[in-house]
Write a protein that binds this ligand. Structure first.
Ligand code: FES
Length: 313
């Protein structure tokens, strides 16, 4: 292990559901791996690009890091690369990063998952069992596509419900949102449309934003954003960044190189300083404190919160 980098070796690969594989990774040098906060990501180098995957295994001094990956046929190739892994293959990764942690002060944790969005929920459930936390799970998936169903049943017991149809899920969700004790936090992970509908239903039911937590899958879930301008102070250029064009694309288009790897806001490679203006952070890399400092941005996914930004490039 060097810095935040870690060398892993594939210990096992299992079919978890249709098009979903669970890959179990151990430390290449042997021994336990660093603990992580439940709901964390592992960012792995997928043959030239970096992708983030939620960890689904035990989080305290684990023997392995397990990820369950849905093969996305029209994706950028990261999931296909993971699906090609075999026992014995080496994998370079960054140490796990906490992105979707359970709130320690919550009286109950209402966990809502759609499809492969179950992965961080499994991690939350393992921690909930360990610490005796009160949980309730609603898990929607298409028939044959449900990963970790047995894990959820084992970890949540009679506190889980499964749904194969949207209408039934939406109706039950509305009821469940009105039945929670004060101090419950809701966590939702799944496709962007599902996250939006759960957030909307919770807001309509009177839940404050501070008790609604969501995790989106990388850049696919991001909206095109509003247009803004970026001033490159070193080169003395002002660029337009239209909606749907990333800040990174705009800077590269002006002939200024910025190192990058994932272009999804997960690897940290494209980080650049900000000298004026407020960033609209949409990455999964910077910590909350770093985001609040407003002095750096991941231009592959993040934009300006306002008409313009200045960067010393
Ligand atoms: S290129 Fe990976 S975070 Fe931007």
């Amino acid at each position: 292990m060097t810095g935040t980098r870690i060398e892993l070796v594939v210990a096992a690969v299992e079919e978890a559901a249709r098009a979903v594989r669970t890959v179990r990774l151990r430390a290449a040098e042997g021994g336990p791996l660093p603990s992580f906060v439940p709901g964390s990501h592992l960012v792995i180098d997928c043959g030239g690009r970096a992708n983030a995957y939620s960890l689904v295994g035990e989080s305290i001094a684990p023997d392995e890091y397990a990820i369950s990956v849905l093969r996305v046929e029209d994706g950028a190739g990261g999931s296909a690369w993971v699906h090609g892994l075999e026992p014995g293959d080496r994998v370079a990764a960054h140490l796990p990063r906490s992105m979707f942690p359970p709130i320690a002060a919550a009286t109950r944790h209402l966990l809502v998952a759609g499809g492969i969005g179950i992965t961080p929920v499994v991690s939350h459930l393992r921690a909930a069992r360990l610490w005796g936390r009160d949980v309730q799970v609603l898990y929607a998936f298409r028939e044959g596509h449900g990963a970790h169903v047995d894990d959820v049943k084992e970890l949540a017991g009679d506190r889980c419900e499964f749904f194969g149809d949207r209408a039934g899920f939406a109706e039950r969700l509305r009821t469940v949102l009105t039945e929670q004790p004060l101090g419950t936090h809701v966590y939702v992970c799944g496709p962007g449309a599902m996250i939006d509908s759960v957030t909307e239903a919770a807001t309509e039911a009177g839940w404050p934003a501070s008790r609604i937590h969501s995790e989106r899958f990388g850049i696919d879930a991001l909206d095109p954003g509003d247009p803004f301008q970026v001033v490159l102070t070193e080169t003395g250029t002002t660029l337009d960044v239209p909606a749907g064009t990333s800040l990174l694309d705009a800077i590269e288009g002006a002939g200024v190189a910025v190192p990058n790897l994932c272009r999804q806001g997960v690897c940290g490679e494209c980080r650049i300083p900000v000298s004026a203006g407020t960033p609209l952070h949409r990455d999964l890399f910077l910590s909350d404190e770093e985001k609040q400092a407003c002095d750096a941005i991941m231009p592959c996914v993040s934009r300006a919160d306002g008409p313009s930004l200045e960067v010393p490039l």
